[in-house]
Design a protein. Structure first.
Length: 369
């Protein structure tokens, strides 16, 4: 059995593919896994680290505004689109996989399109509530369409019923209890706030969280773990230098023990990436979501609204975010135990904790069809 994955550009497209690939290898140790991505993106590092064969093609996205610079970029993208299709076709004939799976990103476009034309069995997985352009284009060409969120179904023009499968989440997130996590961190029963804006950081989130920390620091009524991201740590330390930080405040550049911190948390403040939201739901965590406005199609806002509409999250758009707004939202949530409990239950209701198995089942059905 040889399964070829295509996708990349961001961790949100790569990690689901790697999670499913790992699950397949657990079930079928002799299975061959290959991956097509781009040489200059994250997948070129992550895929070989997992021991899978990696092949690259050059592809770039089209710019939507027609400035002179963007027109030049679009000419290059058009040339890349043609050459990428030719190379994808050659690779597919050479590799001859039993199944081709796309997980999004521009690179999956030519691979899945050519695979469908060549008669290979094909499937795509969409992680977000608002589908990406590539998957929208591919949905009518492939054999199976898998969605992480049911809300995405109405945003596709589908000629077949999709499979609602969820997003794969890190298994370690569900292996530690709240009590065990708090014991590891040395916390008592006071509420725990966990906040982060991403590995690189998010300036406006850091600034608002800084105000939140100053607000509750002296009272010590909360524990608070905050990850600033790579570029925000020194700046945040400087902004908090005018107060003596309580031992209840744990300021970090990056969270390496997310399983422990997530299990301990009562409220999570974060962006609204698809995988993050799936993890929040599986871990039953009430959240305050601040969607990034800098992503394609504003898809994080649509992701966030799936948990908001389920009664599992509060949403603050970045344009409305301030220290005062964040403080009032946190206070309202942590002062109402019944509401927190309801939000936790509601998160569990929308959680899909067997995404790997669901995706595996779809792929095996397709292989055996």
């Amino acid at each position: 059995m040889h399964i070829l994955f295509a996708g990349g550009g961001t961790a949100g497209h790569i990690n689901p593919a790697l999670a499913v690939a790992g699950y397949i290898k657990e079930k079928h140790p002799d299975a061959r896994i290959s991956y097509i991505g781009t040489a200059k993106k994250l997948e070129a590092k992550l895929v070989p680290e997992k021991g899978y064969d990696f092949y690259s093609i050059e592809v770039s996205g089209f710019q939507r505004s027609f400035t002179p610079v963007n027109i030049a970029k679009n000419v290059k993208a058009a040339v890349c689109a043609v050459t990428a299709s030719v190379k994808a076709r050659k690779l597919l004939k050479k590799l001859n996989p039993d199944l081709v799976v796309g997980t999004g990103g521009y690179v999956s476009g030519p691979v899945l399109s050519q695979a469908a034309k060549l008669g290979f069995k094909t499937a795509i997985h969409e992680q977000n509530a608002y589908p990406g352009i590539t998957n929208k284009m591919l949905c009518s060409q492939v054999d199976r369409v898998m969605l992480a969120m049911k809300e995405a179904e109405n945003r596709f023009k589908l000629n077949k019923k999709p499979d609602i499968v969820g997003n794969p989440v890190r298994p370690e997130l569900t292996k530690i209890s709240r009590e065990e996590a708090r014991a590891k961190l040395g916390f008592d029963n006071r509420p725990v706030i966990l906040s982060f804006g991403g590995s690189l950081g998010a300036e406006k989130i850091n600034n608002s969280v800084c105000e939140l920390i100053k607000y509750h620091n002296e009272s010590e009524k909360y524990y608070h773990i905050h990850a600033t991201g790579k570029v925000g740590y020194e700046d945040m330390v400087a902004k908090l230098s005018d107060i003596k930080l309580s031992e209840n405040i744990d300021l970090r550049e990056y969270i390496k023990d997310m399983d422990v911190c997530m299990a301990a948390a009562d409220v999570v403040i974060c962006r609204a990436g698809a995988i993050t939201l799936s993890e929040l739901a599986v871990c039953r965590k009430p959240s305050i979501l601040i969607p990034s406005p800098y992503v394609a199609e504003n898809h994080q806002f649509h992701n966030a609204m799936t948990l908001k509409n389920a009664g599992a999250a509060e949403v603050i758009e970045e344009k409305e975010l301030s220290g005062e707004k964040l403080i009032s939202t946190v206070e309202a949530m942590l002062s109402d135990t019944n509401k927190l409990n309801d939000m936790s239950i509601n998160a569990q209701k929308v959680a899909i904790d067997d995404a790997n198995e669901r995706i595996y089942k779809v792929l095996m059905e397709l292989l055996n069809s």
